[in-house]
Ligand binder design. Structure first.
Ligand SMILES: NC(=O)C1=CN([C@@H]2O[C@H](COP(=O)(O)OP(=O)(O)OC[C@H]3O[C@@H](n4cnc5c(N)ncnc54)[C@H](OP(=O)(O)O)[C@@H]3O)[C@@H](O)[C@H]2O)C=CC1
Ligand SMILES: CC(=O)N[C@@H](CCC(=O)OP(=O)(O)O)C(=O)O
Length: 356
């Protein structure tokens, strides 16, 4: 067990590898690890950093902000290079994780930022991802009921999608308390880093700057079944989710506006949220009439949440802001690693953002 490596850290440092280190998720994991107390005291070391076609280049060519590792050469993503590590983060496109996971030892902690192992339903996977379902791993969103316990000591972890992180945290308390009808609407604005750093014409500056656009409209976005799975498990009944993602001209951040029919008052709803998240280190329910902004969570692992009821419309309105690359990917991945290894859950993670 790597848990024992963590507890025996004075003599045996935890060795961590990152597959997909040239990508946005891989880079953000490295940024967080470089500030992690276990890295700073030498009980965690950063081993292999791998890439696809960019293997052979230096990390600094893609992540010049990661100065201490800028000279490291990216290796090809092979089992040989990933073997021998206690923790392997996978920051690869969907569909690459299963083959790697089956060839690494059971005791290696594999933390997959991709979608491959998030969904329980093979039918839903096939419908949205058009490929064979690889399986289901513990889901790296400890704030959802029952998940923290499953992540403690886990050796296989599926990091949630960025939109499902925001939407699930926004709606979980209301669904758990049964104050909303099991039919919710999520409209979430995302920065362009959510789409990764591989070049795509619709992500060119000239296409994105000064313009916001909805995409994946009408229930076709692949995060719809993931949000549905999370909320239905909490409700104990099928929750219908209408999800509309919106691409916004900003590099990072998600602002998810979530609504559902309710007869609760603002005071009742707020009391439920304040109680649900009172002990959560990364989920902050803002004061009444204060609503979150992405600019307040950039680089932080916080989810900031504003809660009210539009009593005339009979709608609960919950707005959540996260950094898609931090709480929405790499921060969630490091939080999950901490739980898997028996380290303090908050180690290396801050609720303090970078602004303006
Ligand atoms: N960006 C986000 O906000 C979020 C991303 N995720 C998930 O994290 C994963 C990584 O995303 P992201 O970092 O944004 O993507 P990027 O496109 O930025 O990075 C992808 C990484 O994978 C490598 N890669 C691509 N194809 C292959 C291959 N065939 N074999 C080996 N390596 C390969 C790339 O290497 P090279 O540079 O050589 O091409 C690069 O290092 C994805 O599954 C994504 O869905 C999850 C939540 C949010
Ligand atoms: C802006 C943007 O394009 N966002 C991505 C979601 C990013 C994310 O969470 O991704 P994974 O499920 O891929 O891990 C999208 O809509 O596909």
């Amino acid at each position: 067990m790597v848990t024992s490596a963590a507890s025996d850290s004075a003599s045996t440092p935890i060795r961590v590898a990152i597959a997909g280190a040239s990508g946005y998720a891989g880079g953000e994991i490295l940024r967080l690890l470089l500030g992690h107390p276990a890295y700073l005291d030498g009980s965690l070391t950063i081993g292999a950093l791998t890439a696809g076609g960019n293997a052979g280049a230096t990390l600094g060519e893609f992540h010049p902000h990661l100065l201490p590792l800028a000279g490291r050469v990216l290796e090809p993503t092979t089992i040989d290079r990933l073997a021998g590590h206690d923790v392997v983060f996978l920051g690869l496109p969907h569909g690459n994780s299963a083959e790697i996971a089956t060839q690494l030892p059971e005791q290696t902690v594999i933390i997959d930022c991709g979608a491959d192992f998030r969904l329980q339903s093979a039918a839903e996977w096939e419908r949205y991802y058009k490929s064979e379902h690889a399986g289901t791993w513990p889901y790296g969103l400890p704030e959802l009921p029952g998940h923290r316990e499953k992540l403690a000591g886990a050796t296989r972890i599926a990091v949630p999608g960025c939109y499902p992180t925001a939407a699930s945290l926004a709606l979980a308390p209301a669904v758990a308390a049964g104050i909303v009808e099991p039919r919710v609407t999520v409209v979430a604005v995302s920065g362009t880093s959510g789409a990764g750093r591989a070049p795509k014409a619709d992500l060119l500056g000239s296409e994105v700057m000064g313009s916001a656009k909805a995409y994946g409209v009408g229930g076709v976005h692949r995060h719809t079944p993931e949000i549905t799975q999370n909320l239905s498990a909490i409700a104990g009944t099928e929750v219908t989710v209408s999800f509309t993602p919106v691409l916004a001209p900003m590099p990072r951040g998600i602002l998810a506006t979530c609504t559902a029919v309710t007869t609760a008052t603002t005071a009742e709803a707020r009391a439920i949220y304040e109680k649900a998240y009172a002990d959560e280190p990364f989920v902050h329910v803002l004061p009444e009439n204060v609503y979150p902004q992405t600019g307040a969570v950039i680089g932080s692992n916080a989810a900031q949440i504003g809660v009210t009821v539009d009593e005339a419309a009979g709608l609960l309105v919950v707005i959540a802001a996260i950094d898609n690359l931090t709480k929405g990917t790499a921060g969630g991945a490091v939080q999950s690693m901490n739980l898997a290894l028996g380290l303090p859950e908050t180690a290396g993670l801050s609720t303090v953002g970078v602004a303006p």
